[in-house]
Write a protein that binds this ligand. Sequence first.
Ligand SMILES: CC(C)(COP(=O)(O)OP(=O)(O)OC[C@H]1O[C@@H](n2cnc3c(N)ncnc32)[C@H](O)[C@@H]1O)[C@@H](O)C(=O)NCCC(=O)NCCS
Ligand SMILES: Nc1ncnc2c1ncn2[C@@H]1O[C@H](COP(=O)(O)OP(=O)(O)OP(=O)(O)O)[C@@H](O)[C@H]1O
Length: 201
Amino acid sequence: MKVIGLTGGIASGKSTVSGILREKGAYIIDADEISKALVEPGKPAYLEIVKHFGQEILNEDGSLRRKKLGRIVFADKEKLALLNKITHPKIIEEIKRRLEEAANRNENVVVIDAALLIELGLYKMVDEVWLVTIDEKTQLERLLKRDSFLEEKEAKDRIRAQMPQEEKVKYATRIINNSGDFSQLLKQVEDYWRELVESKN
Ligand SMILES: CC(C)(COP(=O)(O)OP(=O)(O)OC[C@H]1O[C@@H](n2cnc3c(N)ncnc32)[C@H](O)[C@@H]1O)[C@@H](O)C(=O)NCCC(=O)NCCS
Ligand SMILES: Nc1ncnc2c1ncn2[C@@H]1O[C@H](COP(=O)(O)OP(=O)(O)OP(=O)(O)O)[C@@H](O)[C@H]1O
């Protein structure tokens, strides 16, 4: 089994790349999906978050007001660190569990799609680190277009809350430049996929 760690800044295009890799037959472990499931009402991370951030981050039905919590934590380093302390050990644990499950099922290629692959130390568990890069202007434009509820300042806060791209480059074994259009992205991913599959034989 080959394990690829797929990372990159917010709105760089990781989910778009993992969608392409899924089509090719890779098994995807999505850290955002895992982190969403952890904070559903009644889950351990949910209770801790409510304890620390208060009832005001809940909707009437008890579910988490994600946008509101995002506004709070991405504007305040200490609050983000607190949220990370609650959620990150549980995210890492679940990713490890899914990796074991994939190995037991004899999956050929597994992709861990995680914005925080490097920060969480997950890069140590993978065979290759694929980094999706993007120029700053395009990143901000795509983020604002996708998450239209964000003010420009909030979008910049989210970008700044992450490790700078030039730092991430140091950990990358493959770089996918996504400042261009979709066909340019597809070509790079297909070339890397071909090399990966050929190197396995
Ligand atoms: C703060 C929350 C509630 C905001 O929710 P929202 O639905 O608006 O965003 P979503 O979860 O879809 O995340 C969107 C993107 O934000 C970035 N991001 C999310 N959490 C973080 C974080 N802790 N640090 C830096 N960037 C982050 C990632 O690029 C992610 O892909 C949510 O992101 C969260 O619970 N984050 C903590 C868990 C975490 O670290 N998740 C990322 C795992 S890789
Ligand atoms: N080459 C491209 N051309 C135009 N739009 C693109 C391209 N690649 C991705 N996008 C769009 O940019 C946005 C961000 O892409 P995507 O959601 O894949 O990023 P991500 O890295 O997974 O983000 P996050 O870290 O927030 O999960 C999406 O709306 C996506 O459709």
